[in-house]
Design a protein around this ligand. Structure first.
Ligand code: CP
Ligand code: NVA
Length: 301
């Protein structure tokens, strides 16, 4: 197992599945209120350059449940001192670093200069912890073998989609991105993922073809953190890609609806869908806790 969690592409399929299995075990222990203080006396530094509800609450609560503690820092990396110097300082005090950054290079640099584990809690490029929680959720609802499933990601080819592509390159699953023209993902990342994927990874602009036979419909905000200036322009371009009842009807009957949250109701998804019977969005949010505890306990033990 690697020392850090920067990208799911750095892990093997078996390592990802071990993390998911461990997440299930930790969830059962927590539900039974059985103590599992695997990180007794250990400390996690949490750096946030961007806002957060789920990530912040679940990492902090997760460290507490594992018998450790966390320190929160709202800061911009590389402004007051260099990223390597931040890493070298933290290295002397804490047992792990979790960071949510704008620049992906900054988290790579943190990992390079810190000897303690560094965990990616979202960058402009990737959001691996989200996809671990989502995969745990999918396995709960559709069984542990995901290989026959088709997940249609509708919307922006963004950090969350990139991490889904990395996941699909390691764990068999069919993945289709349905996005407007001009909002494609990083196609180098996608072609690398396609080369090692066992299932299909497809990028299309065609809503009907993309949704056909899909078991899961996933969406995310149209403008990610840091893209607020583009929000108005994106509203127009993405409007046909709104996940509403008509769009869900193009997927398989009984398809699941997933969203990493926060959701903008009335934009990328309607309340009818997110509050509907197929929606598992709060299961995903809950599993952030359990999946990240698996990551923390694996890397920091
Ligand atoms: N999904 C997710 O990462 O949520 P937060 O931005 O609230 O942490
Ligand atoms: N793509 C979104 C995900 C939020 C959890 C963003 O980066 O803002």
């Amino acid at each position: 197992m690697v020392n850090d969690l920067i990208s799911l592409a750095d892990l093997t399929g078996d390592e990802i599945l071990e993390l998911l299995q461990f997440a299930d075990e930790l969830k059962a222990l927590q539900k039974a209120r059985t103590p599992h203080r695997l990180l007794e006396g250990k400390t996690l530094a949490m750096i946030f350059e961007k806002p957060s509800l789920r990530t912040r609450l679940t990492f902090q609560t997760g460290m507490f449940q594992l018998g450790g503690s966390s320190v929160l820092m709202d800061m911009r990396l590389g402004e007051r001192e260099s990223v390597p110097d931040v890493a070298r300082n933290l290295d002397r005090w804490v047992d792990g670093i979790m960071a949510r950054t704008f620049s992906h290079d900054h988290i790579v640099e943190l990992a390079e200069y810190a000897s303690v584990p560094v965990i990616n809690a979202l960058t402009d490029l990737l959001h691996p912890c989200q996809i671990l929680a989502d995969a745990q959720t999918l396995r709960e609802h559709r069984g542990k073998d995901l290989s026959s499933l088709k997940l249609a990601f509708v919307g922006d080819g963004n950090n969350v989609f990139h991490s889904w592509a990395n996941f699909a390159s390691r764990v068999p699953l069919n993945l289709t991105l349905v996005c407007p023209k001009g909002y494609e993902p990083d196609m180098n990342l996608v072609s690398r993922a396609q080369q090692s994927a066992k299932g299909e990874i497809v990028v299309t602009h065609d809503i009907d073809a993309g949704l056909k036979d899909s078991d899961v419909v996933y969406t995310d905000v149209w403008a990610s953190m840091g893209q607020e200036d583009e929000a108005l322009a994106r509203e127009k371009v993405f409007a046909p890609y709104q996940v509403n009842a008509a769009l869900m009807a193009k997927a398989k009957p009984g398809a699941l609806f997933m969203h990493c949250l926060p959701a903008h109701r009335g934009s990328e998804v309607t309340s009818e869908v997110i509050d509907g019977p197929g929606s598992v969005v709060f299961d995903e949010a809950e599993n952030r806790l359990h999946a990240q505890k698996a990551v923390l306990a694996t890397l920091m033990r």
